[in-house]
Design a protein around this ligand. Sequence first.
Ligand code: 5AD
Ligand code: SF4
Length: 473
Amino acid sequence: MTRMEKAARRATPQEIDLQFQYMKRVRDILSDGGPRLAWVVTYGCQQNEADSERISGMLQQMGYGRARAAEEADLIVVNTCAVRDHAEKRALSITGGYKHLKKAKPSLLIGLCGCMASKPEMSSRIRKSFPYIDFVFGTEMLWRLPEILYHVMTEEKRLFFPNAGDPVVAEGLPVERESPFRAWVSIMYGCNNFCTYCIVPYVRGGERSRAPADILAEARSLVEGGCKEITLLGQNVNSYGKYGDDGCDFAELLRRLAVLPGDFLLRFMTSHPKDATRELVDVMAAYPKIAKQFHLPVQSGSDRVLAAMNRRYTRDSYLSLVRYMRERMPDIVLTSDIIVGFPGETEEDFEDTLSILREARYDMVYSFLYSKRDGTPAAEMENQIPEEIKGERMARLLALQSEIALEKNLPLVGKTLRVLAEGRSRTSAEMFSGRTEGNKVVLFEGRDEMTGCFLPVRITRAAPFTLWGEVVE
Ligand code: 5AD
Ligand code: SF4
């Protein structure tokens, strides 16, 4: 087996205990100096949001309170994303903005972590060019934050810990969740797929899965604590358990979770189409607690481009899986990711992408302009597509998808759907916002005590990306 294929190493109880000791040491240091406030900024995907909840949990144990803004913080941690160039630029520019805060308060500590901070080259670049950043740690080092922070504080020097190729699964560290009724639960970390455009396998390390018993215990305690929605996270949840020794694959894990007692919904993301099985679809169809929603990124509708992306499925095999899903679950809400302007994408290839949108009839598509990532094979490919062509193709894709999304949403008008109320809408404060089982946003008039409850909502109006409705009392 190569490094990427070995079973995950689990952090030992002694290693975890050591981190708790460091948390206590930091707490002792802070207790001399009055209340301390931390500000955690998160970019990127759900995995990063879940990681930030672990960072916040550890910081809380170390005695940090939550700052309401960067300006009042004594510690700032920026959790970065590297999947596209503009995410990296934004993280660096916001961090640049903290320079003046440090001038005003020299004791302020600034740390950078996440995907961008994982590559040794980037870590050295930050060391040279961003002197106001005190510490950097890669995704593989996250569980050692207490130790890192303790050393930064006591040695009064800048410390840099990019990934070093030793990813572990660390259980039992504290988590501070954003929501009392919706939770992320990581079931695996890393990725072994090496899609040619993607930086993730280089910054999140090889695939490693948590033990089923740990995931089940976490889910059980969440549901007992009133959690209504659990989203299982992994770069490719379908390869969950591949290198484990107890034969529990993803379909089996879902089965075990779906029979836990309590009123809750299970979601998962992301699935790689090459590994999503019919058995998984059957499990989804069989258990009411598994939301009938599937995020199945196709990336392109052209077989030629899919091969160049190293996706290892074809348009036909993908569409046949979608047909099977719709047979078993006619109301399934299907979403996808698309990359526009992959190197060498011709007009004909792009037409194939538009036609797969028409055939798969997605409820929602997350579309991205191809972004060159240093160190990935696609960055070296000839025929990089000019930005104006990418932009023009993106506009056509958005227009088509918006039509399809509206066609999918209009028939929901008049229906009563079960909606998990999330609280006041961020876009219009007089409205309440919630999500259907298919994860579609619904706006309705609500009361604060509805937050975190499942409600029957009759849909009264539909737009491509939003539904409106009224609670059926
Ligand atoms: N350029 C553009 N989009 C990308 N994605 C991943 N890497 C790149 C890249 N280099 C997209 C894929 C993936 C989603 C999370 O981000 O569509 O599914
Ligand atoms: Fe990136 Fe492909 Fe892995 Fe997804 S499956 S994280 S796109 S390499």
